[in-house]
Design a protein around this ligand. Sequence first.
Ligand code: HEC
Ligand code: HEC
Length: 300
Amino acid sequence: MKKALKWLAGIITILVLLGAGTAFYLNNTAQNRLAKKYDVQPKAIAVPTDSSAIAAGQKWANYLCSGCHGSNFAGTRFFESPDLGTIFAPNLTPGGVGGAYSDLDWVRAIRHGIANDGRPLLIMPAKDFQHLSDEHTGQIIAYLKSLAPTEQLWDKPKTTLLCNILFQTGAFGDALNAETIDHSAPPHFAPPRAENAEYGQYLVRLGGCRACHGEQLNGGKDPNPEAPMGPNLTPGGNLPAWKAEGFVKAMRTGVTPLGKELNRKFMPWEPIGKLDDDQLKAVYAYLMSQPQLETAPADH
Ligand code: HEC
Ligand code: HEC
């Protein structure tokens, strides 16, 4: 009996050591990934200075950047959890990181997901923004550079051991876009602005709807463990009955034609609702041009 207990204790000790070893290993590899320096020379693009380009850039930035960096672009506490750590979306105005960014640095961050010190950016959806045309990228940069400086400093992200382990096992999906982007891909072109599915596809790509509504847009899950399911946006879901007008209203007010209040913490309807009517209708046209798919099961 005593011998059996000794054996058991020995086995448990070995398991604990193996567990600690694995945790140590995963934590280390995660830290190496976060600290890796990327040497990417982005394509230089023209950054305009005229007021109409800056106004266009404001619209793009409202749609694509305000959800995380705040409606005044001075940054937000993007994610905060005692168990996992804190991730800030920093201040983009000239009083924050913007002050130290050259035009090329902006392109590198927006399209490649890499900070001006070569570090890969967490969460920053550069993979979506890679689809921005040169013209629209230039307008966004022009607008951000034109902002009045807001003095607000944010720390670099801090992740806990648990967070690093989960991150290393892939639990947060593609959180470092710099790792998976094809940095030498040729630039994309924007289709002409029109109330049609082709232009809607451009907007849906940039807005990253698939990250939460699934690759086929028929339902999916945000990597954030607390988030509810992203519903089916194809003609197999609720949207056909809403008509374009109902969709526009839902994105503007956060309340669907069925009277459901959309949770603003997990569904970024406010930035989406900043698109113009014709743009929202283009998004709707694109969604309605998708195959009518059944809603994906909850574990997808
Ligand atoms: C889904 C949320 C999200 C969206 C949308 C987003 N960002 Fe970010 N961004 C972040 C987070 C989080 C960080 C901080 C990442 C880090 O420090 O590792 C960041 C970092 C950055 C940085 C790097 C700052 C530094 O520390 O050097 C720049 C520049 C930036 N974002 C610009 C933009 C622009 C421009 C847009 C819109 C075109 C945008 N972001 C949209 C979440 C987002
Ligand atoms: C960060 C994750 C996320 C992103 C990005 C996102 N959504 Fe959502 N969306 C959600 C979640 C979660 C819900 C469900 C909200 C709730 O239950 O309160 C939702 C709900 C919706 C609904 C209501 C559907 C219904 O049947 O009630 C529509 C419409 C919608 N999203 C459209 C879009 C579009 C279009 C885009 C891209 C431009 C987009 N979403 C991007 C997470 C997201």
